[in-house]
Design a protein around this ligand. Sequence first.
Ligand code: NAD
Ligand code: IPM
Ligand code: MN
Length: 359
Amino acid sequence: MAQHRVAVIAGDGIGKEVVPAGLRVLNAALEAAGAPGLLTAEFDWGSEYYLQNGRMMPEDALATLDRFDAIYLGAIGDPRVPDHVSLWGLLLPIRKSFDLYVNLRPVKLLRGVTSPLRDKEPADIDFLCVRENTEGEYAGVGGRVHTGTPYEVALQTNVFTYHAVERIVRYSFELARTRRHRLASITKSNACQYSMVFWDEVVEAVSKGYPDVEVNRMHVDAAAAYFVTRPESFDVVVASNLFADILTDLGGAIQGSLGMAPSANLSPERKHPSLFEPVHGSAPDIAGKGIANPAGAIWAGSMMLDFLGESQAAALVMEALQQILEAGQTKTPDLGGKASTEEMAGEIAEMVRSLAGKL
Ligand code: NAD
Ligand code: IPM
Ligand code: MN
């Protein structure tokens, strides 16, 4: 079998810590499944690169990345570089240029993790957020005039196109069909009378082709409360770029830690490499301490293996991760433990090996 070519961008802060941890587990799983390890190329792009070269990644970076089967990314963001410069210089251009229009973010309480939601068990928190990943509030349309005067104006324009809304909604209906046949569409159509009413109309039209899927329309403020009060009512959740960005940090929190949450930026038609990353950022408050939770990165890696057709290795990763969490001896501090990133990843890799052939 051919090796999968993966471009690795660890990036900044704890990205540099969780990505090696993830790769260690992924390669252990491939080996245990009898598949060749990943053929990785590491790119030192990010804020350090920016401070030296005046840009976050080289001019031909997108062409370089396009030659890979997938991209595995840690996090971008450094206190020495303005966040809008670092993100618009690397992560957001990849998502947009490669048209990675689905940002799939599972919200699932794994076995062995305690949710801050009292009495909620893994069976209660198990849904998929589908985030529109190319436009909406992140369209990058706007400007500033009369800068530095009392008459300064700042515009940040939301862009919602039929093309992009229709395809993300359709993807979500299809996904709901493979699960519990429930779709929550999150808007704010009471206040946003153009963009969000349009979104609702597209959902209504697409729903006609999916009579077997129950659709629930919700305002984002109410949805935020329902994530906390009745997470078991969700199956597939679809929302705009910004709404789903915010809701999936809340999703991470109810999964026990933002460090648990994974994310897959997908080109469903495989026109370009898809990008896999944890939901969290570079966490400057804990960077360099070796205590970042590697689970979100490991889980995102499992999603990557699945997407690359390595379903056995992907399943091994998730089972090993959960067995280590259940054993409870090797958890990072955000999960209430004392383990380092490396210790936790090492135990998971070890567990992968001992599970080989048993799944
Ligand atoms: P953050 O996700 O980096 O951190 C928020 C909080 O969660 C912090 O207290 C942090 O310590 C904790 N946390 C996050 N991941 C953790 C992990 N794996 N283990 C344990 N604790 C973890 O969000 P922020 O502080 O708003 O942003 C920091 C920087 O990261 C900013 O520059 C921001 O722009 C960037 N960012 C990048 C991405 C990305 O590259 N995908 C995502 C979010 C934020
Ligand atoms: C995420 C991040 C990014 C986003 C930021 C860093 C631009 O928060 O992936 O959730 O908002 O998409
Ligand atoms: Mn986010």
